[in-house]
Each structure stands twice: as structure tokens, then as C-alpha cells.
Write a protein of this length. Sequence first.
Length: 240
Amino acid sequence: MKKVLILALTLVLALGMMGGSFAFFTDVETSTGNVFTASTLDLLVITDGVEGSPFGTHGATMTETAGGNAVNGFVVFNDLSGYQASGNTGDHGFIYWTITNIGGMTGSLDMTYTRALDDDNGINEPEDWADGDFDGSDGTPGGDLGAHLRIRSEADLDNNGSYETLIQNGGGEGEFVAGYPLGVPVEKLSNIVLNPGQTIKVRFEFRFNADIGGTGVDDNIIQTDTLQLDVNFELLQNAD
Ligand SMILES: [Ca+2]
Ligand SMILES: [Ca+2]
Ligand SMILES: [Ca+2]
Ligand SMILES: [Ca+2]
């Protein structure tokens, strides 16, 4: 055993000496400054206009709160009613959004609506009487605006000024917000390809009928009621 160990040591020393006795040509090239930078996926959503009609004739108002680089701006419509100014149209209004991919890579855009809140927001006397009883209730457990307010939205996917794509369900008149389950996002646009720099536009409309619902329901059931609809735009990196 001892002999084997000694032999091994000798071999190593001999190799070392051989290495030191040769001269080699050498050349070295170094690639420095290799940098890896992730691309960007960034969505810019601008609320670029609101419009209402026949606002101003009976006190309805709208206020627009600007957002940052996201759809965190919002619009508040107050004191709405089914007031009939002309024809058979009650209060209605529009919100316009411009959506641009300001990142460096292509993404897929999804858009969802969420009925976030639909609340009685207090019950006044006429509202209480809507169900024929002065009992502190209007006869429905939650708010009633969602069941009497239609929404309709369209997209201009090629940004040519024409809103060619209907993105709501329920036909030309639009759909009642109450059709959305409370608190659950409902997808309205999906997998819309947005290249870097590409823009699309979305026009959102809400509308009361002059006789809300038109189903024999006392219109007073919506007095003071409040409704919140959240709109979410999400840009996802494309798989390819
Ligand atoms: Ca109420
Ligand atoms: Ca109510
Ligand atoms: Ca009642
Ligand atoms: Ca109610």
C-alpha cells in the first residue's frame, strides 16, 4: 500500500516539470460588456372624454377623475334619472378610452367589466313605497340601478375612427348591468393583439329608458341608489 502512494506522488512531480519546460504561443480575446435587458410590456389607458345628454336640463352631473398610466381614472355620474327631454330617451352618457401598448413587445389585451357595487344607498319615502308598503324596504334586497340601467360598448380596433366592434351582449340596446354577477369580472374583449405602439379605442355608453324597466315597476325604486362598474384592461405577454 505504501509503495503505491509513493509512485503516484512521483508521477505528479514529473508532469509538473514537463509543463514548465515548454513554451506555448497564446492569444486571448475577451468579449466584455455583454448586457441582457428585459423587454417591456406596458399599457397606457387614457380616459379621453366623457359626454352626457341631456345633462344640464335637470341637474345631472358628471365628474372625471384622471388616472395615471393605467385605467385608474374614473367617471362619476350623479343625480341621474329617466327624465324625458325628447323622444323616449332618459339620461345617458359616454366614456371614451384610448388604449395604447407603450411597451416594447406585443401583448394580448383582455377587458373585463365587474359590477362592484349595486346598493340601495339609503331608502327614502317614495322608494320605500315602491313596493306598496311603508316598511323601510323597497322590496328588493340590494340596489336597483343595475336592473334599470343598460350599458353598451363598442371598440375601434383598427383606430380608424369607426367603432366597428360591438363588445356587449344583449343586442343593440345593450345589456342591463344587473346581468353581471356581483363582484365577478366578466370578460368583454379577449386576446386582442396589440403590437408596440398600437392603439385601440373603446366607447362606453349607459342609458336609462324614460320608463325604467318598462315592466310596471315603480321607478322610485332607484331613488338614491348607487352603482359601481369597474372596467379592467389587462395586457398579457404573447406566448410566441
Ligand atoms: Ca335608495
Ligand atoms: Ca332601491
Ligand atoms: Ca317598502
Ligand atoms: Ca332594493
